[in-house]
Design a protein around this ligand. Structure first.
Ligand SMILES: [Zn+2]
Length: 235
């Protein structure tokens, strides 16, 4: 099983690694990786693999049967190769800022209205989530974004760590996604935005709310009874 370095240090932009296996010439598993695989509402990382003078572009990263598989743009990598992994940091950093922003807005909405998030998807140019409220208008949503923006202007640390499952499940609101259950593991990874939010999460985040910058409302939609959708973005 490859070591997911991004879970410990989300600011790691490069690392050396060894190719463990290659399938169909272009699906590559390494002994360790900095590439986040698509999932949990956060898109996969892009970047490149350098082997001597040759460069392979990483076009997709997914988790299959527990392994993190990197799809590269052409064949040529072989098991045992020593390589260097390099992230498209601009893309990743935007997604980190967006992910932390999404947790703050979801937490404020949840605390203020009791709404649960029923779906969420980050993208490079927007953040979207669905929540289960019967009635909600744009003005009210915008006041939540204003509240979030005030927090993004302050020094609030963000921490991540493992907790034994039993202890983690006692944290109020540790699961914000309606119907979601954390994986059946002995420990859960907790992302804590100090004083704001604490939840089980496998994504990559910034270390301080100041790094988020500010967010801006795009639009909201009614997606049927009890289902509202909001789109916002980083400024
Ligand atoms: Zn998350």
């Amino acid at each position: 099983m490859s070591k997911a370095l991004y879970l410990v240090d989300s600011y790691l932009k490069e690392t050396d690694a060894t190719v463990v296996s290659v399938k169909d010439g272009k699906f590559v598993v390494f002994d360790q990786t900095i590439f986040y695989p698509n999932g949990g509402g956060q898109p996969y990382d892009k970047g490149k693999i350098v082997k001597g003078a040759e460069t392979f572009a990483v076009v997709y990263v997914g988790k299959f049967s527990g392994e993190i598989s990197h799809e590269v743009d052409h064949a040529g990598l072989q098991a045992g190769d020593r390589v260097h992994l390099v992230l498209d940091w601009e893309r990743r950093y935007r997604l980190m800022r967006s992910h932390t922003a999404a947790h703050v807005v979801a937490s404020l909405l949840n605390q203020g209205t009791g709404a649960l998030i029923t779906g969420n998807q980050l993208d490079v140019d927007h953040i979207r989530f669905d929540f289960n409220l019967e009635q909600f208008d744009r003005e009210v949503l915008e006041t939540y974004l204003e509240k979030a923006n005030r927090l993004f202007g302050t020094d609030v640390p963000v921490k991540w760590y493992e907790l034994p499952r039993e202890e983690a499940m006692k944290v109020p609101g540790v699961v914000k996604m309606a119907g979601a259950f954390p994986p059946d593991l002995p420990t859960l990874r907790i992302v804590e935005i100090v004083g704001v939010d604490k939840q089980a999460d496998g994504g990559t985040h910034v270390k301080n709310l100041r790094e988020v910058g500010q967010v801006q409302f795009i639009k909201s939609e009614n997606k049927g009874k009890n289902n509202r959708r909001i789109y916002f973005k980083l400024n």
